[in-house]
Write a protein that binds this ligand. Sequence first.
Ligand code: PT1
Length: 274
Amino acid sequence: LDCNGKSLDLSRPQVMGVLNITPDSFSDGGDFFTPEAAVERALQMEADGAAIIDIGGESTRPGADPVSVEEELGRVVPVIESLATRLGVPISIDTRKPAVMRAAVEAGAGLINDVNALREEAALEVAAACSVPVCLMHMQGEPRNMQAAPQYDDVVDEVREFLHERVQACLAAGIAREKLLLDPGFGFGKSVEHNLQLLAHLDAFSSMGIPILVGLSRKSMIGKLLGLEVGERLPASIALAVLAVERGAVLVRTHDVAATWQALQMNVALRAVH
Ligand code: PT1
């Protein structure tokens, strides 16, 4: 996959390293808030095996408040500019805002990761003009309220139907199917049961013929199933990453790059045996 001049190999499972430039992120808020610290963190994630670094300036965890476009731009653009020449791997921009997509890609980002699946006004047109790959994610509601009362008749059907509709919207806007990734959006307007249903039936998404990205790292479903705080969720996060890859996911978004990369390499090694 060509990401603005840098390549992302999706022929085997890969890790997307999370770089939150937010003071309020759910698991590492504040740690990487200065541009210098963020750059160091990204370089370390690349050394640890990340195939792409996902930069976000607006938290989308449950209950998070929206951020203004100026604030978001001010957080992410300097970090992308300074990383673009120093990283060998591509950068993805985790945003819902068209203005941030445009500025981030101009600064060197190579993939748009939109938890809103380009539903914002003008997002489809801007993403098409950026001509970088796009990850379309499913979300029910908005981050601020999405966990209040998630409701589905059939979560797998509804998420698949939604993603199918967004793929059609992208094609109509001139974004090639080959540039798309899909993500069921674990934790985005879903109960623990909904998340488990989606993971159990992840093959329903991989069968659409578009690469699947998953984000399960440190999420509250682990907390709810095991009664663990955010800092205690690594072993279960690793297990979920491996289970998702076994069910067809190719890109795993994680805070813990070294541990997740090592786990996924065991899957890669096993695949090579036939
Ligand atoms: C994700 C994702 C993302 N997750 C993609 N981008 C977040 N493509 C941000 C919880 O339940 O899964 N895929 N960008 C982080 N969002 C959440 C959501 C964090 C839920 C925590 C939870 O704890």
